[in-house]
Design a protein around this ligand. Structure first.
Ligand code: GYE
Length: 337
């Protein structure tokens, strides 16, 4: 059984969407979907469709592929939506451009997952001035003005970092273990928060983070950064990667250097997507903290409520678990992503 970690859950993901989600492979390009045809469209029941512009971060990881699939599977015409989806390829300027064009089109609602935390106030003020509500999914913005968005749906990344750090401290304390950290995208909420949560949790233990660098949440960069760490340090005991994909890249670098991942160098990651869980089951990763990417159903529900003028929760925290090898083997057959 997965070790269930306690979270302050405000809302859980709906079961229907879990069923609707098929398996996704990592690093596949997110398809761009624009179902708008400029005309007002009607849902099956005769109601007008809600036009929604969604600006996605990119297609950097298995997590992102599953998140995109969840959104595209949920914001369908059958479910009352006319989705205009765009992929920003991990660039803030592309997201700002996409949001700006959604404002110009006069969509009913805008949703996006902000690639970095800062720099959003001007475009959010434009949306507000145009009377278009904004919903944040997955990542937070750092703004003093919380009237610029209706709701933020996503995991608690500080807690995820803490869960990883607590396990490491419990597992390795007293061993004087040296840790290297593969950080997510610089300036992104999950990179900032997971680093902080992990550091807080290992404070006071004798684990030491000897190096920390960004691998931009991708497998390729995770591998490159790990190769650099291995050249620089000959005393690495543990890798803490801010996502599975960078951990999977680190596995390749460790194997190429003639060492055994999971044994010579232990690996802790975050996400728990299929490829990561398989590596955990195979003993190449030692522990994974989950980050649930199935945000489509909550987004659909909140968008409908906002359009109906109903009050919505400002913060919806998604529930996550954590897995060791035994738990991964048990969970894999029924895993949705
Ligand atoms: O952990 C990583 C992805 O924002 C929670 O982004 C998300 C993170 C996820 O690239 O794999």
């Amino acid at each position: 059984m997965a070790r269930k970690m306690m979270r302050g859950t405000v809302a859980a993901l709906s079961a229907t969407a879990l069923l609707a989600l098929g398996a996704c492979s990592s690093e596949q390009a997110a398809p761009s979907t624009d179902t708008s045809n400029g005309d007002e469209q009607m849902a099956e029941g005769g109601d007008e469709l809600i036009s929604i512009g969604f600006s996605q971060v990119g297609a950097e990881s298995g997590w992102r592929a599953a998140n995109t699939q969840s959104i595209q599977d949920t914001l369908t015409e059958e479910n009352g939506f006319d989705l205009n989806f765009s992929d920003a390829q991990q660039k803030q300027e592309n997201q700002i451009q996409a949001i700006s064009s959604y404002i110009a089109q006069g969509v009913d609602v805008i949703a996006f997952s902000p690639v970095v935390e800062t720099g959003w106030d001007p475009i959010l003020q434009e949306a507000k001035a145009a009377g278009i509500p904004v919903i944040l999914t997955d990542r937070a913005v750092d703004s003093d003005d919380d009237t610029l968005y209706e709701s933020f749906i996503g995991s608690d990344f500080v807690l995820e970092g803490e869960m990883a750090g607590e396990w490491a401290a419990e597992q390795y304390d007293g061993e004087g273990f040296k840790v290297v950290e593969l950080q997510g995208t610089t300036g992104s909420a999950p990179a900032i928060d997971r680093q902080q949560g992990f550091a807080d949790a290992i404070a006071g233990s004798d684990l030491e983070v000897i190096d920390s660098q960004t691998g931009n949440f991708t497998r390729t960069e995770g591998k490159q950064v790990m190769e650099g760490f291995l050249q620089k340090h000959d005393d690495i005991d543990v890798v803490f990667a801010h996502n599975d994909d960078m951990g999977l890249g680190a596995i390749e670098a460790i194997e190429a250097a003639g060492m055994v991942p999971g044994e010579d160098i232990q690996i802790i990651t975050i996400d728990a997507v299929k490829d990561g869980m398989q590596a955990l089951a195979d003993g190449k990763i030692n522990y994974i903290v989950e980050c649930n990417p199935l945000l489509g159903p909550d987004l659909a529900e909140i968008a409908k409520a906002v359009i109906a003028g109903e009050p919505v929760e400002k913060r919806i925290v998604v529930e996550d678990e954590a897995f060791d090898q035994e738990a991964a083997i048990a969970a894999l057959p029924d895993r949705q992503y």
